[in-house]
Write a protein that binds this ligand. Structure first.
Ligand code: FE2
Ligand code: FE2
Length: 188
């Protein structure tokens, strides 16, 4: 983004508008929701098991990166801007529930009895959480004078780092085929 002589970002009328933090988070939400819909549409046949597991693992990794950048950048910035702390506390509790399910899914196999149930309940939790974020939470962020652009770059950089770490861990997992391993970006 261009800056004026005081270093303040300015808008170039001919440039594409820079997406704010809420738009970037919403596009992550749309991506993960589409993957969850895709999982729901997959059959439960035995021969689809590896495809289901691959997709479920991808969903878990997307959610892990997304929740990490929210916890490291978005929620603290919203709290600092005076967004209703109850909304942020509820969001953190919801993240904790999502992380528990992610861990169970990552540590199980598609032929485990509760595998599909875990992924489906994960989808229900995530859809509810997204509704809460894009509704009351984003509304609060717009209501306060939160800087919706200041954390875009550091958050994007951190996101790229996490994706890179995940890709490296994935290559490591490939080399250790047959052995169980932990995801470098898995929530603790
Ligand atoms: Fe989110
Ligand atoms: Fe969230």
């Amino acid at each position: 983004m261009a800056r004026d002589t005081q270093g303040t970002p300015t808008r170039d009328a001919t440039a594409e508008p820079t997406p704010d933090i809420l738009s970037l988070l919403a596009s992550d939400h749309a991506e993960v929701s589409a993957a969850l819909d895709e999982y729901d549409d997959m059959g439960e046949d035995e021969d689809q098991a590896s495809g289901r597991q691959e997709l479920a693992q991808r969903i878990c990794r997307m959610l892990t990166v997304h929740s990490t950048i929210e916890e490291e950048f978005f929620y603290p910035a919203a709290r600092k801007a005076g967004v209703d702390p109850d909304l942020l506390d509820e969001a953190s509790v919801e993240h904790a529930s999502v992380k528990r399910l992610i861990k169970q899914i990552q540590e199980s196999e598609p032929d485990d009895r509760l595998y599909d149930a875990n992924v489906k309940v994960l989808g229900e939790y995530v859809r509810h959480h997204v509704e809460e974020e894009e509704g009351p939470l984003f509304d609060e962020c717009r209501r306060t004078n939160m800087d919706l652009y200041g954390i875009v770059m550091p958050m994007a950089t951190r996101r790229a780092e996490l994706m890179q770490a995940d890709a490296s861990a994935g290559r490591g997992r490939g080399k250790r085929a047959g052995k169980k391993s932990t995801d470098a970006t898995a929530p603790g």
